[in-house]
Design a protein. Structure first.
Length: 196
């Protein structure tokens, strides 16, 4: 058994569990997770996923700050919905980013799955951006990415990591349910009734 994968599994599971609970300690645990997965993905030729881990460290610093000081009057951020304009921008950037990264990986690496590596990377970046901003929709993007990751890692014979992402998928559903309960309107700051 590969200890890098085991440590990635443990820190990844703890990070997502803390995120579901909206605990800010998810960020330092997530940074440790990024280090373990960078080493693992580099070794198996998932280069976009390896590079993604470096970006995650930078985004974790942003998210850590935002969760503590990104709310009104530099208070702790609260869960809100993604504004339509932000959603449209993310969709367009996602499509262009996936196409560009696929072409780059196909031309410059020996990746056997450049499109899937690119797509999951772009979805993960979008989900992280939304998570950092405490947008409820981050969970839907993570659910989509994690479904793809379960298959991708199984194909790459990263069985433990595939199982981890199946667990992430379950945690994402739990996160969606829990965050919906604490959803507040972005302007009024009042709870928004959400149908069960």
């Amino acid at each position: 058994m590969d200890w890098t994968e085991v440590l990635g599994f443990a820190t990844g599971a703890l990070c997502v569990l803390l995120t579901v609970r909206q605990h800010v300690a998810n960020f330092p645990i997530g940074i440790a997770n990024n280090v373990f997965f960078f080493v693992l993905f580099e070794r198996v030729g998932l280069y976009a996923d390896a590079g993604l881990q470096v970006v995650y460290v930078v985004l974790a610093a942003h998210g850590w700050w935002w969760w503590l000081r990104g709310g009104p009057g530099r208070t702790a951020a609260v869960v809100t919905r993604t504004p339509l304009r932000e959603g449209v921008v993310l969709a367009v950037v996602g499509a262009v980013g996936t196409a560009a990264l696929t072409a780059f990986l196909a031309a410059t690496t020996d990746s056997s799955v450049p499109f899937w590596d690119a797509l999951t990377t772009v979805l993960s970046l979008q989900a992280t951006w939304l998570l950092n901003r405490k947008r409820l929709e981050n969970w839907w993007v993570w659910i989509t990415a994690d479904l793809l990751y379960v298959v991708l890692y199984a194909v790459k014979d990263l069985r433990l990591t595939s199982v981890l992402y199946a667990g992430f998928l379950a945690l994402c559903v739990a996160g969606l349910v829990q965050w919906r309960r604490s959803l507040v309107a972005p302007v009024a700051g009042q709870p928004v009734p959400v149908a069960a």
